[in-house]
Design a protein around this ligand. Structure first.
Ligand SMILES: N=c1c2ncn([C@@H]3O[C@H](COP(=O)(O)OP(=O)(O)OP(=O)(O)O)[C@@H](O)[C@H]3O)c2ncn1[C@@H]1O[C@H](COP(=O)(O)O)[C@@H](O)[C@H]1O
Length: 113
């Protein structure tokens, strides 16, 4: 039995291992071989599907659909991170950095608002 809290790190390793793998046998290798336009398009599509699933759930649709679409979004996001030499740990570190800093306070402190 594996620890699901490490799944992002494990999946990132698998994605990394697919760099240069055979696009005929690996979906990740195929996406990476096609280049950024392919997986960034998927990120956009999956984000839209999250929104649609959530809007459905507002009207009684299955919440499980949000989970499935969010998983697709996170997965394609991991492919994008890997392409740019980044990992889930980088994103988690950023969230950790923001811990305790309220969004409204952060916005007020920004020059560009
Ligand atoms: N978590 C995932 C994962 N989630 C979603 N997908 C694929 O992402 C695609 C999502 O596309 P859609 O839902 O839009 O369906 P589609 O119409 O088939 O997609 P397109 O033809 O538009 O690409 C599907 O082919 C899914 O199978 C994933 N493919 C792989 N993984 C993980 O990545 C690992 C490595 O995968 P391979 O590189 O294929 O070995 C796997 O072991 C899994 O752990």
């Amino acid at each position: 039995m594996t620890d699901s809290s490490d799944v992002l790190a494990r999946l990132a390793q698998v994605v990394e291992s697919r760099k240069g793998a055979d696009p005929e046998t690996s979906y990740v290798a195929r996406l990476l071989a096609k280049g950024p336009d392919a997986f960034l398009k998927k990120v956009g599509e999956e984000a839209a599907e999250v929104v649609m699933a959530a809007k459905d759930a507002e009207h009684g649709g299955p919440r499980e659909k949000i989970v499935a679409e969010m998983a697709d979004l996170w997965f394609h996001g991991l492919v994008a991170l890997a392409y740019f030499g980044l990992t889930p740990a980088d994103v988690l570190a950023e969230l950790e950095r923001r811990e305790g800093l309220g969004g409204l306070a952060e916005k007020a402190a920004r020059q560009d608002h």
